[in-house]
Design a protein around this ligand. Sequence first.
Ligand SMILES: C[S@@+](CC[C@H](N)C(=O)[O-])C[C@H]1O[C@@H](n2cnc3c(N)ncnc32)[C@H](O)[C@@H]1O
Length: 349
Amino acid sequence: MSEHPLPLVSETGARRGPPVAARVLQSSKTSRMGGFDNGRCPAQSGDTTAHELYDKYVSFVRSYPDVLDRLVSIWNVFDLEALKQFIGRLDLDAPYEAPVLSHKRYVENREAIRRLVRAKGAHSDADRGYLRGDFVRGVYSAAAVAYDSVWDSVWSYENRQQIVKALALAPGQRLLEIGIGTGNNVRHFPQNCEATGIDFSRPMLEHCRAKLREMGRGDVRLLEMDAHRLEFSDASFDKVLCFYTLCVVEDPFQVLSEVARVLAPGGRLVIYDVVRSDIPEVVLLQYLYRPIARELGAIYLQLCPPGNITYDSWFDVWGPTEAAGVEVADVTYFDPFRTVLLAFYQKPL
Ligand SMILES: C[S@@+](CC[C@H](N)C(=O)[O-])C[C@H]1O[C@@H](n2cnc3c(N)ncnc32)[C@H](O)[C@@H]1O
């Protein structure tokens, strides 16, 4: 059995993690990794050791994709100890003999997954441009009608309420939601604020418009717009909400720089998203799953129909927000793998 200390791969080199003490909700398994997180600095893009190590895992998974069956089963129950043990005991120099395959969605999609992980270029460590805007727009436009039935069960309204509350909207304040989708947060927007939602998928917006009419929320302005090129002047908003949008945009750096531009000094940005973890084993898991998440659908493989939803949880929130010049004020993780995060940022005065 071989052990492989896993460094984090970060595009900017500095250790990316919440500068404030991050809390994890709904979990008792919150401790940082013992064995692998050995205090080493995370790898930079040019850190060949890190990349060689990642490449080794990628080659292994390409040869033995059934490893993913075990990994996704562990992921589904967020069992950090099991993940540590499984990765720690993997022998990359010996053939992997899968026990009986256990994950229903893995088994159902086994051949498609094998093709995906073996595809040339499927695993790319490029931090930008992983998702293509046209592809994403097409996916969401096709999914607009089914979107609510798939995702409402995943993101409860209680969660949404909590997140909108985090915006601390005062009467008269100007709010912008980036990628408003079908408008599922709107019911929590106070009537006395000036809310605007943008999205680049016309079918999502049409669906949203119809829902807002039913809800009597004609006060919310909806605009078809690409988040990479916001058609607002500087400092137009007091609050900005990005709810599961940054993980699907083509270039989170560009979107966050636009967000920072339209945010007024002292304004607040709230991000709720699935992001790259800062736990080495989970980073590896996310890396190995990138091609599947992109092509087949949700990372957990059981949340939505294959091919319907796409996102890239390899998105490292710390680099782009720092580059955009917004300062983190508070961070909460919602899962023990530290991949679902609610973060508040402040634009300096
Ligand atoms: C996962 S959905 C989230 C929708 C909504 N925020 C919610 O809470 O349900 C992501 C949304 O972002 C939109 N989107 C993705 N890339 C975009 C871009 N570059 N510009 C504007 N909207 C974008 C998609 O069309 C989709 O409606």
